[in-house]
Write a protein that binds this ligand. Structure first.
Ligand code: ADP
Length: 612
């Protein structure tokens, strides 16, 4: 047996084997794609059979047999086109044209008794080449758009089509050749046929092992990423990653619908947008899979779900595979895989879909647990803060209140004992002073709670900060402290005047409170880099560097502050920061322990301008 004969025999064997493999598949599960595949390989097997049997019989084939072989040969590109149509839509007009061509050539072949003329042969060759080329282009374009396993299958099919096209062309041209070129080209055609046989087999009917091997890389990539997915910032990010992974693993499109128990709907995100589509349980193929809690496959959704046929048609969905996403009895949602044409899915993809849905369930459930843990922690934190707040507030209110009550009782007893005695002015003053402190504390508490709701700053108006700071300083009790204000040009911005006054007043009072009586407090107001700037500088006790980062927090007090010596609740700076930030500004402090502290405030100028 020569090398050429061996190649021929091998090619023939492979084509017949593929036919024998696809035939039972079609009998088991009849789909248009399976049927067309069987037809295609069946016709090839018939041509092969004829070429093998006739030489064995030792007789020249009768005319009708030769005619039949030619007709079968011409029908191959048409059958291929039908297969292409199963995978990616071919316009009906093209199908009809190719059918017409087939019919015309078949009639001519059967009608003419003699061997077809060179003209007819050329026509047949051109027809075959053109249709094959069209098929190849369609398949290559579809492969380009496809993902994962589908892409690889379509690539194999396009390779097969290119080889088959070249093969058919060479076979047609052989009619015009004489020996020895004829035998050479014959050898070449056998090789092409062998290549296309293998490529078609892997493309159209890949064995399970190959399908799995092609799915494996994408699936592995998804599973490797799975551990990190629950930690993505939002559930939408997780869903998008899962959808991309499922699409790549199955070579189809994927969408995840999340179940919302309150509204009894599945919500799916439209890709590329934040828009949500709602699907009820039982509605669409997806809703059915969710309702039945089982994988549902439809190779013809328009027929299986006639109510929504128009929707499937409009979206170009020709096959749907949906699997419920359920974790430990908790129904979380549904995974929907869909494609334009049914042969994208194999029977074995049902298990893959369920596996992907189960994986999605684990990831979504982990996310729910993380969210739950975060909520519990936030609740605990809120409770702890409330408790801190109540105890700090109670503690701070108690001291002045005790003084007020004790002083008032003392004055009462004194008045009862000696009603004619003159009023105890220092005692009354102490009551007034402590009551004012109480009122200030209560105001701070109310402001802190307003700040919590982000509504501390109210209506804004143009404010000249230089004038405002000077007024605040002028209103201070003339104490032992020396307050200096340095206004470097008028700085005007749009602020809540009352709150900015409160901010400056807080800083000035702190500066006085935390520094010796004779010390100086210096304030400055200027404009820098498009911002209004205020500083309050003192020569007081300073703040330890380790406390600087926290002093603006609620109830925070520095470690060098003795509660008995310096009254305070640790709310002043917290409120100052709230005022600055609600205005879109910043506040920070610099300090040297024992030497003094400088508080810096930067506020946006908005419509601000320098007046001079
Ligand atoms: P309070 O003065 O009621 O404690 P604040 O929120 O106004 O609360 O201040 C928080 C803490 O920051 C103070 O307890 C103190 O330790 C520190 N602090 C604030 N201003 C000064 C300052 N000018 N000098 C030194 N320490 C200060």
């Amino acid at each position: 047996m020569s090398a050429l004969e061996l190649t021929t025999a091998l090619t023939h064997a492979i084509y017949v084997l593929v036919f024998l493999l696809v035939l039972p598949r079609t009998l088991r599960q009849f789909t248009p794609a399976h049927f067309d595949m069987t037809l295609f390989f069946g016709v090839v097997a018939l041509i092969i059979l004829e070429s093998r049997i006739m030489p064995l019989l030792g007789v020249a084939p009768p005319a009708w047999v030769s005619d039949m072989v030619i007709v079968l040969f011409i029908s191959l590109p048409y059958l291929l086109l039908r297969l292409v149509d199963d995978f990616t839509r071919v316009p009906a007009v093209i199908l009809r044209l190719v059918e017409l061509g087939l019919l015309a050539f078949a009639v001519v072949t059967v009608a003419i008794d003699a061997r077809p003329s060179a003209f007819v042969t050329l026509g047949i060759v051109a027809y075959v080449a053109l249709v094959s080329l069209y098929c190849a282009v369609r398949i290559i374009r579809a492969a380009h758009r496809a993902l994962g396993v589908t892409r690889r299958r379509l690539e194999a099919v396009s390779l097969g089509t290119i080889l088959l096209g070249a093969d058919l062309l060479a076979m047609g041209l052989m009619a015009f050749l004489i020996e020895p070129e004829r035998t050479m080209v014959d050898g070449f055609t056998q090789l092409l046929a062998l290549g296309s046989a293998v490529a078609y087999y892997v493309g159209f009917a890949p064995p399970l092992v190959l399908r799995r091997a092609w799915q494996a890389p994408e699936l592995r990539a998804l599973l490797t990423r799975a551990a990190q997915l629950p930690r993505l910032p939002t559930t939408l990010d997780i869903v998008r990653e899962l959808e991309a992974g499922a699409a790549a693993s199955t070579g189809s499109n994927a969408r995840i619908g999340l179940w919302h128990e309150d509204d009894l709907v599945l919500r799916m995100w439209e890709p590329g947008t934040d828009e949500l589509v709602e699907v009820k349980a039982g509605q669409f193929i997806a809703g059915r899979a969710f309702e039945r809690q089982a994988v549902v496959y439809s190779g013809d959704p328009q027929k299986d779900d006639p109510e929504n046929a128009a929707r499937y048609r409009a979206a170009g969905v020709g096959a749907v595979l949906a699997a419920p996403i359920t974790a430990g009895g908790r129904r979380l949602g549904v995974l929907v895989l869909f494609a334009a044409r049914p042969p994208i899915f194999a029977v074995s993809d049902r298990e893959l879909a369920q596996l992907l849905a189960d994986q999605a369930a684990v990831i979504l459930e982990s996310r729910a647990l993380i969210d739950h843990a975060a909520r519990v922690k936030a609740q605990e934190e809120a409770t702890r803060m409330k408790e801190d707040f109540v105890s700090a507030a109670a503690h701070d209110l108690k001291t002045p209140l005790t003084t007020v009550v004790a002083q008032a009782e003392f004055l009462e007893r004194k008045a009862l004992r000696d009603p004619s005695a003159p009023p105890d002015v220092p005692g009354l003053r102490r009551i007034v002073r402590e009551s004012k402190r109480l009122a200030a504390l209560v105001t701070d508490l109310l402001d802190a709670s307003r700040l919590e709701q982000g509504r501390l700053v109210g209506e804004r108006e143009p404010v000249d900060l230089g004038a405002l700071v000077s007024e605040v300083v002028a209103r201070q009790h003339p104490g032992a402290h020396v307050c200096e204000v340095d206004v470097r040009g008028a700085v005007v911005g749009t602020y809540d005047r009352r709150r900015i006054e409160q901010l400056v007043q807080n800083l000035v009072e702190n500066a006085k409170k935390y520094s010796p009586d004779s010390a100086r407090v210096r304030l400055a107001v200027w404009q820098q880099d498009g911002e209004a700037r205020i500083t309050v500088r003192d020569e007081g006790i300073g703040i330890p560097a380790s406390d600087l980062p926290t002093i603006f927090e609620r109830f925070a007090r520095a470690s060098n502050v003795d509660d008995r010596k310096f009254h305070g609740m640790g709310l002043g700076l917290y409120i100052c920061r709230g005022i600055a930030e609600e205005h879109g500004g910043r506040i920070w402090a610099e300090s040297e322990l024992g030497k003094g502290t400088t508080f810096h405030v930067a506020l946006p100028l908005r419509e601000g301008r320098r007046l001079n």
